[in-house]
Design a protein around this ligand. Structure first.
Ligand code: HEC
Ligand code: HEC
Length: 480
């Protein structure tokens, strides 16, 4: 570990109009818009429909409550101390041949080139963290915000603008670490939580201080990205493209959009990352290795240096590429074989009422409860499984409040992929857990209250629910 952090403080973020500002002599500050209100505010809304499914709800159908295991054959019990990063049950030993070394590569701390660990070297020259597990936790989400404005390694920052142009010097992602003093780090990001005049509203600003003061961020915007829990990745990889496309039609004011991205000569559907920029698990993993850890692969052969960072290119490398295809395949096997913790229903009748509310309010319009996988030759156990990921894998316009000014590939700055919600309740058991792409929300309710754009109607209906129903919906969310 290169840096240890204090436990983060929890602070609330609430109503503020969306705004973004460039400030500061050395760097740029992004003012994250804030919204929200507490559970209390929301639940005291007087104007409550007695039946939330009428008159203006988009979907009056009842939820399908004929539950099967949450992740099909990849389901494990949630009743363990480390419910994430577990390998699915019943894998044949032939499959374990890739999965086990993949797990090893995932948890190891990679070293800089030529330090005698041939399989595990080549990190940097610039990087955010030296192990996948510095960001992806087996328990939930890693702490991000420390007390004193410091940030942990588990949040990274995309740099760009609303046209999708990366920063000429820093590239598309800021790396705050380097292998040694001969190669300067790019800079340091801090956050500032401010209390606004009404004493209730808070906002988070990210503030970048470049190592080289001649390289200001200028007008480039900053998009914070927290590390998601990794659940059932192989199952999401197997949802047929035709099913994702079929769900993309505009309906009920919700118009999910497929994020088409280039994969080699082909156009494929992006499905991984907060903006669905990666179309397959293998590319996602190679991208993480490249941008987050400075490891080259056959997919990304160049180090993560821009043409304007000449010294960065002079660093020794740990092989060409640093991560062999067989290592990349092994990590991909491990990610593919990740299990899904079973839902925790508690009282089934209350849980089912929560499921119905989730559908009636309109959450299911994007957070699609049920999907079915296609076929996998490599992992036949994952084929034709009914799963409950609560995502359509589509991009949605989430409104100005969640627009942080960075377009990535073909996803606009205000568009985000519906994140899968399976396991979100386990994450929320940690009172310090943070939600949404940059972790601005410190509770599930706050995350919902940030929803805007295509999700505005669902948010309003959620706010209008009577207290008891709101509790039911939240306890359902905590159980999926
Ligand atoms: C510095 C922190 C960091 C490191 C190190 C890191 N990741 Fe991630 N990972 C993230 C973030 C942040 C995202 C979301 C990225 C985005 O929005 O594009 C992510 C996304 C992912 C996803 C997609 C999750 C989803 O729900 O779409 C996978 C799979 C993944 N990472 C695997 C890996 C692997 C494998 C490694 C090690 C080779 C790794 N990550 C290293 C931070 C990290
Ligand atoms: C129009 C599509 C849409 C609708 C409708 C919608 N969501 Fe979301 N939801 C999203 C997107 C996209 C995000 C990610 C936004 C971001 O990170 O900036 C998200 C994020 C979340 C998160 C945080 C997830 C995380 O990993 O941190 C929760 C919780 C959530 N939604 C619950 C709900 C609930 C409950 C409802 C119904 C009241 C709802 N959503 C309605 C699209 C939608």
């Amino acid at each position: 570990m290169s840096c240890r952090l204090h436990r983060p403080t929890i602070f609330h973020i609430s109503a503020l109009p969306a705004m973004r500002n460039a400030l500061l002599c050395l760097g740029m500050t992004l003012i994250l818009s804030a919204c929200g209100g507490s559970d209390d505010n929301a639940s005291s809304t007087p104007n409550l429909p007695s039946n939330p499914s009428s008159p203006n709800t988009p979907d009056e159908t009842k939820a399908d409550t004929d539950w099967r295991p949450a992740g099909g054959s990849a389901t494990i019990t949630a009743d363990i101390s480390q419910p994430f990063l577990q390998i699915m049950p019943n894998l044949p030993s032939s499959a374990l041949g890739g999965v086990s070394p993949g797990r090893e590569l995932f948890i190891t701390q990679w070293t800089p080139a030529n330090q005698g660990r041939v399989l595990f070297d080549g990190v940097g020259p610039l990087f955010n963290a030296n192990a996948c597990t510095q960001c992806h936790s087996a328990e939930g989400r890693k702490p991000i915000y420390a007390n004193d404005g410091e940030l942990s390694n588990a949040i990274l920052f995309r740099l760009g603008d609303a046209q999708g142009v990366a920063h000429a010097y820093y590239g598309e992602q800021m790396q705050h670490q380097s292998i040694d003093a001969s190669i300067a780090t790019e800079g340091k990001m801090r956050y500032i939580a401010t209390v606004e005049d009404d004493k209730k509203s808070r906002s988070i600003r990210f503030e970048f201080t470049p190592t080289d003061s001649n390289q200001p961020l200028g007008d480039t915007a900053i998009s914070g990205r927290i590390s998601p829990q990794l659940v059932g990745m192989g199952l999401l990889d197997l949802i047929p493209e035709a099913d994702i496309i079929a769900a993309s039609d505009a309906k009920d004011g919700i118009s999910g959009r497929v994020h088409w991205v280039n994969e080699g000569p082909d156009q494929r559907i992006g499905r991984f990352g907060w903006k669905a920029i990666n179309s397959s698990l293998r590319t996602q993993n190679a991208n993480a290795m490249s941008q987050d850890m400075g490891l080259t692969t056959s997919i990304f052969m160049d180090p993560n240096c821009t043409v304007n960072q000449p010294i960065c290119w002079t660093a020794e490398n740990g092989g060409t590429p640093e991560v062999s295809d067989s290592s990349l395949d092994a990590v991909t096997d491990f990610m593919t074989a990740l299990a899904v913790p079973e839902r925790r229903t508690g009282n089934l009748s209350t849980f089912n009422k929560g499921a119905n509310l989730f559908t009636q309010v309109g959450c299911a319009g994007c957070h699609t409860p049920k999907q079915r996988t296609g076929n996998s030759d490599r992992f036949p156990l994952l084929s034709q499984q009914t799963i409950y990921p609560y995502t359509d894998l589509l991009l949605h316009d989430m409104g100005a409040g969640l627009d942080d000014g960075v377009k990535e590939k073909n996803a606009e700055s205000f568009e985000w992929r519906t994140p899968p919600l399976w396991g979100i309740g386990i994450v929320a058991q940690d009172p310090e857990a943070r939600f949404l792409h940059d972790g601005r929300a410190s509770s599930l309710t706050e995350a919902i209250l940030w929803h805007g754009g295509e999700a505005e109607g669902a948010k309003i209906r959620f706010k209008q629910l009577p207290v008891e129903q709101k509790k039911m919906l939240l306890s359902f969310l905590n159980g999926i």
